[in-house]
Design a protein around this ligand. Structure first.
Ligand SMILES: Nc1nc2c(ncn2[C@@H]2O[C@H](COP(=O)(O)OP(=O)(O)OP(=O)(O)O)[C@@H](O)[C@H]2O)c(=O)[nH]1
Ligand SMILES: [Mg+2]
Length: 392
């Protein structure tokens, strides 16, 4: 199955290597969605089974030849690997195929770069890209070495150039960090001002595409950008949400989505944005209950939460997309508890799209608010009565 694409959209071949881990197909599907989000048109998907990656080419040389021929017959202009390639593997593959070869990490960085809107977001992505680039310098170096003897180079060509590159990137990293530090300070001041107002802060967190922005919009009747693409949201948006049952407002924040193996540079770079989640009084962990890989997605989210120091913030699991769940998996009770990292965690089923379950969600949030206001109150109320699903 090959498709033609317009000359403006670069066409790519996706490559996934099946090392025998579960959900391989789903992961390749996610790579396809990432590629589309980044503006590529996918002309072919190639998968192969291996016990371990080939040190030089990641796939075997036969497979590399096959991909090369496929690229020629489909006119693909780039090859994208689902797994992280070492700088040497990337370079070897590019030489072997005569095409740019990239991996999932770079794709995610590219999407973040396209999406970043705020000053802070742009700085964060820039920092992550520079850090990624600094690990790939080997490749640029060998490329520059081939052109050695170039103009105005001091001393030995290759060595000097890599030193120059390193220094320039090092300086750029330092400058970007300083600028970010300034923005972070401003944000901390804003947060302190918010704290003084004694607001109750709730953050929506979850795997990318789970429906956080849709839920945010449905709850506060706002118009945050929600779309069927990965990382539609990069900047945190905060709105007041009035809870009639509690007679007061809370502040609700929509945040950047998480993904499996989020590039490390990005976790670091987005630490300031994600800090919002670590400082929240309550996290609404939004899960796409219609996605069969949601348990793995939840585990990825838990891992990132731990990394940013938000593992102790009380959570409410919001199982979203109730309207498109497989009929056999539609629950009989819409409110229950589930074990999450050894903790019994309250869970509620909703559909941000149809609005089902939202009144119960608001009521739950009001309960949390009242419970917290009570003397010595815990934020999460204890066991609450199960809610039967009239449709199941
Ligand atoms: N059927 C159905 N689709 C939903 C529901 N909630 C969200 N969606 C769809 O899921 C897709 C992703 O929704 P978003 O709200 O953008 O998801 P997000 O978690 O904010 O995603 P990122 O910002 O990209 O991390 C969109 O196409 C939504 O229309 C739901 O309850 N039911
Ligand atoms: Mg969003």
């Amino acid at each position: 199955m090959s498709a033609t694409s317009s000359p403006s959209t670069p066409s790519v071949i996706l490559v996934g290597v099946d090392f025998g881990l579960p959900h391989f197909d789903r992961e390749l599907e996610e790579l396809g969605l990432l590629a589309q989000t980044a503006g590529y048109s996918v002309v072919e998907r190639v998968s192969c089974k291996r016990r371990a990656p080939d040190a030089a080419l990641f796939v075997g040389s036969g497979k590399a030849d096959e991909i090369k021929m496929l690229a020629q017959s489909t006119g693909a202009s780039e090859v994208l690997f689902d797994q992280s390639l070492s700088p040497a593997q990337q370079r070897n593959l590019e030489r072997h195929m005569g095409l740019p070869v990239n991996d999932r990490t770079l794709l995610i960085l590219e999407i973040f770069a396209q999406r970043a809107r705020s000053h802070e977001g742009k700085l964060q992505v820039e920092l992550a890209r520079l850090q990624y680039l600094s690990t790939r310098l080997v490749r640029r170096w060998s490329h520059l070495e081939r052109q050695s003897g170039g103009i105005g180079m001091r001393g030995g060509p290759g060595e000097t150039q890599i030193e120059l590159d390193r220094r320039m990137i090092g300086e750029a990293i330092k400058r970007t960090k300083e600028r970010l530090e300034k923005v972070k300070k401003q944000r901390a001041t804003q947060r302190r001002q918010r704290d003084r107002r004694e607001a109750f802060n709730i953050s929506l967190v979850g795997y990318t595409n789970a429906g956080k922005s849709s839920l945010f919009n449905a709850l506060v009747k706002a118009k945050a950008y929600a779309a069927d693409q990965l990382f539609a949201t990069l900047d945190t948006t905060t709105r007041q949400l009035y809870l009639g049952e509690a007679g007061r407002s809370v502040s609700l924040s929509d945040t950047v989505g998480f993904i499996r193996d989020l590039p490390h540079g990005l976790v670091d770079a987005f630490a300031a944005t994600l800090q919002e989640a670590a400082d929240a009084d309550l996290l609404l962990h939004v899960v796409d209950a219609s996605n069969p890989t949601h348990p793995e997605q939840m585990a990825s989210v838990q891992a990132v939460l731990a990394e940013i120091g938000a593992q102790h913030v009380p959570q409410l699991l919001v199982f979203n997309k109730l309207d498109v769940m497989e009929p056999a998996t539609v629950p009989h009770v819409l409110r229950d508890q589930m074990e999450l990292d050894g903790q019994s965690t309250p869970r509620i089923y909703v559909s941000a799209q149809t609005g089902e379950g939202l009144p119960a969600l608001r009521a739950f949030l009001a309960e949390c608010l009242l419970a917290q206001a009570a003397p010595g109150g815990e934020i999460l109320p204890g066991l609450y009565p199960a809610l039967e699903n009239p449709l199941a």
